[in-house]
Design a protein around this ligand. Structure first.
Ligand SMILES: C[S@@+](CC[C@H](N)C(=O)[O-])C[C@H]1O[C@@H](n2cnc3c(N)ncnc32)[C@H](O)[C@@H]1O
Length: 506
């Protein structure tokens, strides 16, 4: 039951802090939409609030509370509105949702209008809560923060912008607030209002344990952030940061209109192939004893751990026999591989099968193989990068025969592109790209994600081929990146000069 219904209960210090953030009076009508064991109800009453209504779908929880209705908040008939809605709603990804909860959502108008099957259960709690607030009513939730920048949550964000504003946001990054739930959480105070939106007070707290009440009370806002807008990325950053990001975007501006170029116009991007059990396919022994045919079926893979900025450290050979249909051929023509795979066979047969029946010697999901088979160099990047201990990313150039597995994403130049792959490589490793991705990429806690979408949206400084100076800088950067010992400070200096060059408009 616990995980099916996301039963993670809120620590008292957090509940008390959230209650202190509200300024509604003691008689106000209050709703707790998913009350769990009733911690918010206890603490609200302790603080003098008595006019409370609560919901909890699990009828084994909060059984002694008069104000609790044991039914689903999603479709409960509620014909009143509230001054304050407070709590910690459930967050469950659609694919992990119980069938009954899914069916309930499929007939829910708010869900149908503002969500899709990539959205989280949390969305409906925010949407319905806002719908049920009085004008100037307050919504105080603690929840994960990833929906602030995921593409599929944009309708929820737009709904929030249209109906009110955030007064304050507290971000907890990797602070482990809920035991067993490894997510970055935030507390937000949102006001349903038609008034002009004030700036948002933003505070950040990070520790390796649950914060104590006095630590939270002593938090002063780190900065104020401009009110959020419809159809725009939500950037929870001070104005100075926004200025730097805008300046960079301007440096990448298209010659013909207001928007900027993006990497996605210049590169095809694909996440690496999935073997389903890397250990079984890695060939760690010498290749000398292998037959010619076997050597031919070894792929050259660069793992995420072996990537560094500009260059990779080493190659790991992988067995790749997806072309081989029968086990007899495997046994006869690939005897070393056959023997090697037998040791892993039970686990290979237990791999996720993607609704097919996959032979144990095949990789389960060789996605993007066609793209990776193109005979051209590629840029590899780990598909996730922790940035708490580093201030650079690891985009590395690899030869045409190097392949990425699932921990790596690859970028290959589109055929019409004149900029060299070395220039694109240098650009991606520039500190401004790091800065831009840290703030506008897909960032969960301290982890930046490099799947296709976030990579393709990175601004890109295209070369104006009419401008001799730009072309010369492009060529110098290209040549500098073709040497074995790349002089990175020199390359960055050249790129800085190029970035400062006004893009020619017209
Ligand atoms: C993350 S827990 C938080 C509980 C409580 N608010 C707290 O802070 O300790 C979410 C709760 O929502 C309940 N829940 C899940 N789906 C629900 C629904 N459709 N309606 C009402 N409660 C629901 C779960 O059983 C769980 O107790």
């Amino acid at each position: 039951m616990k995980n099916k219904l996301a039963q993670y209960f809120t620590p008292t210090s957090i509940v008390d802090f959230m209650i202190q953030l509200t300024d509604v009076d003691a008689h106000s009508r209050i709703l707790e939409p998913a009350c769990g064991q009733g911690i918010f109800l206890d603490r609200l009453k302790e603080n003098g609030y008595h006019n409370i209504l609560a919901y909890e779908i699990d009828d084994t929880l909060a059984t002694t509370y008069e104000e609790v209705r044991h039914e689903s908040f999603v479709s409960a008939k509620i014909s009143e509105s509230f001054d304050l809605i407070i709590g910690n709603p459930p967050y469950i990804r659609w694919k992990h949702l119980d069938d009954a909860l899914k069916s309930e959502l499929k007939t829910n108008l708010l869900w149908k209008t503002h969500c899709n099957s990539l959205c989280d259960y949390l969305h409906i709690f925010i949407l319905r809560a806002i719908e049920l607030l009085k004008e100037e009513g307050q919504l105080l939730f603690i929840c994960p923060e990833y929906w602030i920048n995921t593409t599929h949550s944009y309708k929820l964000r737009n709904y929030m912008v249209r109906h009110g504003y955030f007064e304050a946001i507290y971000q907890f990054k990797e602070t482990p607030i809920f035991e067993g739930a490894n997510v970055s959480c935030m507390i937000f105070k949102y006001i349903k209002s038609r008034r002009e939106k004030p700036p948002i007070r933003l505070s950040r707290f990070e520790a390796k344990r649950v914060p104590m009440l006095n630590e939270l009370q002593n938090l002063t806002p780190d900065f104020e952030c401009a009110p959020l807008k419809e159809d725009q990325t939500w950037l929870l950053e001070p104005a100075s940061t926004q200025g730097v990001l805008e300046a960079f975007e301007q440096q990448c501006q298209k010659h013909t209109n207001e928007t900027y170029h993006t990497i996605g116009e210049f590169c095809d991007i694909g996440n690496g192939m999935v073997s389903g059990l890397d250990k079984a396919f890695q060939w760690r022994e010498t290749t000398e004893d292998l037959d010619k045919q076997e050597q031919y079926y070894l792929l050259k893979v660069v793992k995420a751990k072996d990537l560094q900025a500009f260059q990779y450290k080493k190659i790991t050979p992988y067995i790749f026999l997806n072309e081989i249909a029968s086990e007899i051929t495997l046994k006869v023509a690939f005897k070393h591989f056959f023997a090697h795979l037998q040791a892993h066979r039970p686990r290979l047969e237990m791999r996720y099968q993607y609704n097919r029946s996959i032979p144990y010697w095949h990789w389960t999901f060789p996605r993007n193989l066609k793209l990776f088979s193109q005979q051209q160099p590629r840029i590899l990047v780990p598909c996730k990068e922790r940035i708490s201990n580093k201030d650079y990313f690891r985009f590395a150039l690899a030869e045409p025969d190097i392949l990425p597995t699932q921990d790596v994403t690859a970028l290959l130049k589109k055929s019409h592109v004149r900029e060299s792959i070395e220039y694109i490589l240098a650009f991606l490793n520039h500190p401004k790209v790091f800065y831009w991705l840290r703030h506008k990429g897909i960032v969960k806690g301290n982890i930046v994600e490099f799947s296709e979408k976030p990579l393709s949206s990175i601004p890109f400084r295209a070369i104006n081929w009419e401008d001799e100076e730009e072309v010369a800088l492009h060529d110098v950067i290209t040549r500098a990146c073709q040497t074995k010992e790349i002089d990175i400070p020199f390359v960055m200096e050249q790129l800085d000069m190029l970035l400062q060059h006004e893009p020619v408009l017209g």
